[in-house]
Design a protein around this ligand. Structure first.
Ligand SMILES: Nc1ncnc2c1ncn2[C@@H]1O[C@H](COP(=O)(O)OP(=O)(O)OP(=O)(O)O)[C@@H](O)[C@H]1O
Ligand SMILES: [Mg+2]
Length: 173
């Protein structure tokens, strides 16, 4: 079982990854793997992000355990059985990203992507099993427990569409 741990930047993939590692699970950091394998193929200066050769990365991934998590905001584009999309209320995500000192344009782009479910849509368009977890009001440890519960089949309330930011989005207009 290979599980994508995905979500908009700031939704908590790395923090939850650490919590899962503490519980003994294998977590593969795709950004680190891409760097190690020389698969960073460019730099998007406007977005201040690295461009990764996702197809080459998919071929490069070697999973050393029966159950493993692939962590990264493009992990749902890898060969995985299931994706967990971490979600965060846009107003909360904005605070998390501002705390990082990111420029306003980069904060806004990511908050908007979260608001309109970009990663969820990408994941559901290619994978049969996708579940969402709202991290807005929980800790990383609690989120890790939810991830494990979903893998054990407790999926109710986490189906695609269970998270809905439209109340907040409508308040922008
Ligand atoms: N329930 C939660 N689960 C995970 N992280 C949370 C949660 N609540 C708050 N956070 C906080 O959200 C912040 C962003 O988390 P993190 O850096 O793990 O995001 P990320 O998804 O890995 O981002 P990136 O894609 O940029 O690497 C951290 O400061 C973390 O402590
Ligand atoms: Mg991270």
């Amino acid at each position: 079982m290979h599980v994508a741990l995905t979500g908009t930047p700031g939704t908590g993939k790395s923090s939850v990854g650490v919590a899962l590692e503490r519980r003994g699970y294998v977590v593969i950091d795709l950004d680190e793997l891409a760097r190690r394998e020389g698969l960073i193929v460019g730099r998007d200066e406007a977005r201040q992000t690295d461009e990764i050769d996702v197809d080459a990365l998919r071929r490069a991934v070697r999973v050393p355990a029966k159950i493993a998590f692939l962590k990264g905001h493009y992990s749902h584009l890898m060969d995985v059985n299931l994706a967990i999309v971490l979600r965060c209320r846009p107003s909360v995500l904005r605070s998390r990203l501002e705390e990082r000192g990111w420029p306003e344009a980069k904060v806004r782009e990511n908050v908007e992507a979260e608001a309109i479910d970009v990663i969820l849509q990408e994941a559901t368009s290619r994978l049969p099993f996708v579940f969402e977890i709202d991290t807005s009001n929980t800790t990383a440890a609690q989120t890790a427990e939810r991830v494990l519960a979903i893998l054990q089949g407790k999926r109710e309330g986490h189906e695609p569409g269970s998270v809905d930011w439209s109340d907040e989005v409508l308040s922008w207009y």
